[in-house]
Ligand binder design. Structure first.
Ligand code: S3P
Length: 175
């Protein structure tokens, strides 16, 4: 039994690649006992291709269109209460507008570039926009002001587990 009051709020998690959005979303949905969707996985299922294949073959602009179309679909067709985005989803104006229209509460998981980069390097996930440290750093710096537009902001430290972060979010937003 969850000890949190599930007030029905719908949460969207954003933040840079490697910060842990998907894992935190998994724990959060377990704590709240609710449906969760990971946008990257949803896109891969719908498109029957890996995201890195789409970006490498069709380019980033084509990928952003696919991402926007699938975000629209997730919001229209699922009752998901916890949605984890790809690291770039929230930085696109159209996507932020869509999320607002559907009344999602946005949560920025913020960490240092060093922490995200460490996780990117140690993960098996293929990330075309983070193959090069300098390019990833530039993207990280450019995106901070956009992530900061989120409703809530949680600082992630390397010593926190995904469960710790999920519990903190549940305590702050669902109590
Ligand atoms: C991207 C982040 C990735 C994935 C795609 C683009 C980005 O998701 O959506 O490779 O633009 O930051 P993660 O944040 O889960 O790695």
């Amino acid at each position: 039994m969850s000890s949190f009051i599930n007030n029905g709020k719908r949460i969207v998690l954003t933040g840079f690649m490697g910060v842990g959005k998907s894992s935190v979303a998994r724990h959060l949905s377990m704590l709240l006992g609710c449906e969760r969707v990971d946008l990257d996985s949803f896109i891969e299922e719908q498109e029957r291709r890996k995201i890195h294949e789409i970006i490498d073959k069709d380019g980033i602009d084509a990928y952003r269109e696919i991402e926007n179309r699938n975000l629209d679909r997730v919001l229209a067709e699922t009752k998901t209460q916890v949605l984890s985005l790809g690291g770039g989803t929230w930085t696109v104006d159209e996507n932020r507008k869509l999320l607002k229209q559907h009344d999602l509460t946005s949560v920025w998981l913020e960490s240092t570039f060093q922490h995200c980069w460490h996780n990117i390097r140690s993960s098996k996930k293929e990330r075309p926009l983070a193959r090069n440290k300098t390019a990833a750093r530039k993207l990280f710096d450019e995106r901070q002001k956009l992530y900061a537009l989120a409703d809530w902001h949680f600082i992630i430290k390397p010593e926190f587990t995904s469960f710790d972060v999920a519990k903190q979010i549940a305590e702050e937003i669902f109590s």
